[in-house]
Design a protein around this ligand. Sequence first.
Ligand SMILES: Cc1cc2nc3c(=O)[nH]c(=O)nc-3n(C[C@H](O)[C@H](O)[C@H](O)COP(=O)(O)OP(=O)(O)OC[C@H]3O[C@@H](n4cnc5c(N)ncnc54)[C@H](O)[C@@H]3O)c2cc1C
Length: 285
Amino acid sequence: MTYDYHEPESVPEALDLLARHGDDAHLVAGATAFTLLWRQGLLRPGHVIGLRGIAALGGITASGGGLVIGATVTHRTIERSQDVARYCPAITRTFASVATVRVRNQATIGGNLAHADPAQDPPPMLIALSAEVVVASKTGERAVPVEDLFVDVFTTSLRPGEIITAVRFPALAAGTRATYLKFLPRTADDYATVSVAAAMRLADDGTVADVRVALGAAGPTPRRARSVEDALRGARPDQERIADAAARVDRDIEPFDDVRGSAAYKREMARLWTERALTSLVAAP
Ligand SMILES: Cc1cc2nc3c(=O)[nH]c(=O)nc-3n(C[C@H](O)[C@H](O)[C@H](O)COP(=O)(O)OP(=O)(O)OC[C@H]3O[C@@H](n4cnc5c(N)ncnc54)[C@H](O)[C@@H]3O)c2cc1C
């Protein structure tokens, strides 16, 4: 079993190939997820379109306080980027927590998002930071909040013929703190049993001016924890309030049983790690 491999040098060229080969075409970037699915016979495209030769998809740009990461930038490049670390060190830590260096050297941010495994690390962090993906098609470009990208396990809201070209992060309000905690009871290179990303900004009077919380491995898609956010916004985040808010995460998640634990265990770990994430943000200097 084999396929024709195409290596376009521009996005329009890649879009032409997608249009020409339709359902028989599959995009790849780092190919870490694609190769596993192909080897198992779960994907059998006649045409594979490699995106890594498209220079326009490859850079990291910081401007106006925000950040744009091209779709084919690897996890390792993101982990080592000074621009990323200056924008938000929690992104650096998030990408550094993915699998192993070997995987991170190949895997790209666009491939990570399009793969849509609900246990992946970057999506919750990107949701907590209000990032959006830029998507190109023959009809133009659109922006999709990362929060709205995921529809189900391994399923996104990307339409046929669309390519993720970049991930855009907005300028963060001064004083925003962010964290990503990955609960790994098995091995350091495993997928999360549960993960929590949070971004918070306190007002001058010490109350919560803004907060966003998202969880990984806690349902068929990454979950935004709006019940937790609502319990904190405008409140003084003392330990009691944080514990109460974290307990509400139960309403926002839909974990299922798998090799990393039962749904009941994950619910309890989601509460605990949400409380830890929020506590660490309030305790930060
Ligand atoms: C051993 C191993 C361990 C792993 N552990 C973790 C972990 O701990 N945490 C974690 O978060 N992830 C983990 N992963 C998953 C890994 O993050 C993904 O496989 C990787 O991010 C996919 O990126 P890629 O560039 O290799 O995508 P590819 O395999 O090239 O593509 C994946 C999917 O995305 C589509 N695609 C790729 N680029 C685009 C684009 N620009 N626009 C539209 N569609 C696109 C492809 O068509 C394909 O369907 C692990 C993977 C492996 C193999």
